[in-house]
Design a protein around this ligand. Structure first.
Ligand SMILES: [Mg+2]
Length: 453
């Protein structure tokens, strides 16, 4: 048969070239990283799914994933496992934990962290009748560390967990000189910065380094955590860049030279509230409001005269641009910029029918200013307020916590419902308690001016 037949055998030459040494490098770092991130994430998900649902191995994996700061990718899988363990908790403790302090303490902590209340009676198997922890535990480094971390999640009247803090702190510190250098750094860090009192991003960064040194380090998990951390950091830098530009254009730092100029530190404060990508709008709004809260604090605490502060407080109560007329010129600038910010936020939220949220935030800003004004009146009048009835009552508001908690929800998704905003304005006990802690810590630590309100 004549003609060209595709199936005909053709001998072709080949030079056996090695594959490109560039890989997908010039696809653009973003594209390459995105693919790598996606692939690694699926591998980690598989690890989670494959490990038996009620196994210590899975619990350890969840713990590592959380400490590496990537748990937000696997919320569903983690919740499923922990709720399973919670539903069969007694069986879990009886059959799986084998009186191993590390396993018992880790289960307890992960469940409480997830919001499951499990009883601290479970630790009685490690104490004598007087509630003293068994001497045999003093060389169990892993067990002591896990008990220390579990006890951070104690509530009032859990004396055995108060005792656990004393017991573990004492014996872990005694153990430090005997540990290897890297282990000793890890343990000292765990004692100094308990999991529930540390900014997530800072803890993650440290833990990634500890994990790298760990004998049980899984390369896939490690690579994923590192890539995720770096990806988030790039995003955070872009956000900070936008916010800094806004702050420069506003020019308040130049116009009000007496006020603290702390935009980067305040962005970091917002990052402590939430670091995940979906909260980028929320972080931006919270940081901007924080900049104004910080200036307001300086106006009321140091710069403003009582007369100026009276006028400013009245203007903020009115929340109307016409009220700017009566103000001192430096305050006029501040006041118009403040109203403008909330207007902008309202416009942005209106696109998603969420503008109702702004009124809750404005109302909290008014409450904060009232509290600041009260403090200024005490100061200028040389009055010492009574501690409980006056100072602390006012201090709940002046802590800024009620304001910032409400503000932190402005740019969040649909989970920030109208009911949630209504609930928080009723000053629920959890908010009051946080505010009191915030107020008192702030008063004690006032010398560190960065976050002091
Ligand atoms: Mg203050």
């Amino acid at each position: 048969m004549d003609g060209f037949d595709g199936d005909a055998e053709i001998t072709r030459r080949s030079d056996n070239h090695h594959p490109t040494i560039w890989g997908d490098h010039f696809l653009g770092a973003n594209e390459w990283e995105e693919k790598e991130h996606k692939d690694l994430k699926e591998e980690v998900r598989k690890m989670l799914v494959i490990s038996p649902s009620k196994s210590f191995q899975k619990l350890e994996l969840i713990n590592t994933i959380q400490l590496l700061g990537v748990a937000y990718h696997f919320e569903h899988e983690i919740e499923e496992t922990l709720s399973n363990i919670y539903n069969g908790y007694e069986e879990w403790i009886g059959e799986f934990c084998e009186s191993d302090l590390h396993v018992v303490a880790l289960s307890f902590r992960l469940l409480r962290q997830q919001g499951y209340y499990v009883s601290s009676d479970v630790f009685r198997m490690f104490t004598d009748d007087q509630g003293n922890y068994n001497k045999s535990l003093v060389n169990d480094m892993q067990g002591l560390l896990s008990l220390y971390e579990a006890a951070q999640f104690r509530v009032h009247d859990e004396e055995n967990l108060d005792e656990a803090i004393n017991f573990t702190t004492t014996h872990l510190k005694l153990m430090l000189p005997k540990l290897s250098n890297s282990l000793s750094i890890k343990v000292s860090n765990a004692i100094k910065y308990p999991i529930n009192k540390t900014i997530a991003k800072v803890a993650t960064r440290k833990y990634i380094s500890f994990y790298q040194e760990d004998k049980s380090c899984d390369q896939v998990l490690f690579n994923f955590a590192k890539l995720d951390f770096n990806t988030l950091q790039k995003m955070h830098k872009r956000e900070l860049c936008d916010i800094t530009r806004w702050w420069k254009e506003l020019n308040l730092a130049n116009e009000l030279p007496f006020a603290r100029d702390r935009v980067v530190e305040l962005y970091f404060w917002s990052l402590g509230v939430y670091f995940e990508p979906q909260y980028n709008v929320a972080r931006k709004i919270l940081t901007k409001v924080l900049c104004f809260v910080s200036i307001t604090d300086d106006i009321y605490d140091t710069y403003g005269t009582l007369h100026e502060l009276t006028l400013l407080t009245n203007a903020i109560e009115r929340w109307n641009i016409d009220a700017a007329e009566n103000l001192a010129s430096y305050m006029k600038l501040f006041y118009t910029a403040l109203l403008h910010l909330y207007n902008e936020v309202e416009k942005e939220l209106a696109k998603e029918n969420k503008s109702f949220r702004v009124n809750f935030a404005i109302s909290e800003m008014k409450k904060l200013v009232r509290a600041y004004f009260q403090e200024a009146k005490w100061y200028h009048g040389n009055t010492i307020p009574r501690m409980e009835e006056e100072y602390m009552k006012n201090g709940i508001e002046s802590s800024t916590i009620p304001n910032l908690a409400t503000t932190s929800w402005l740019g969040m998704g649909d989970e920030a419902t109208k009911e949630a905003f209504e609930w928080i304005t009723t000053e629920p006990p959890i908010l009051v308690a946080s505010s009191i802690i915030g107020r008192l810590l702030n008063d004690i630590g006032g010398v560190y001016d960065i976050f002091s309100f």
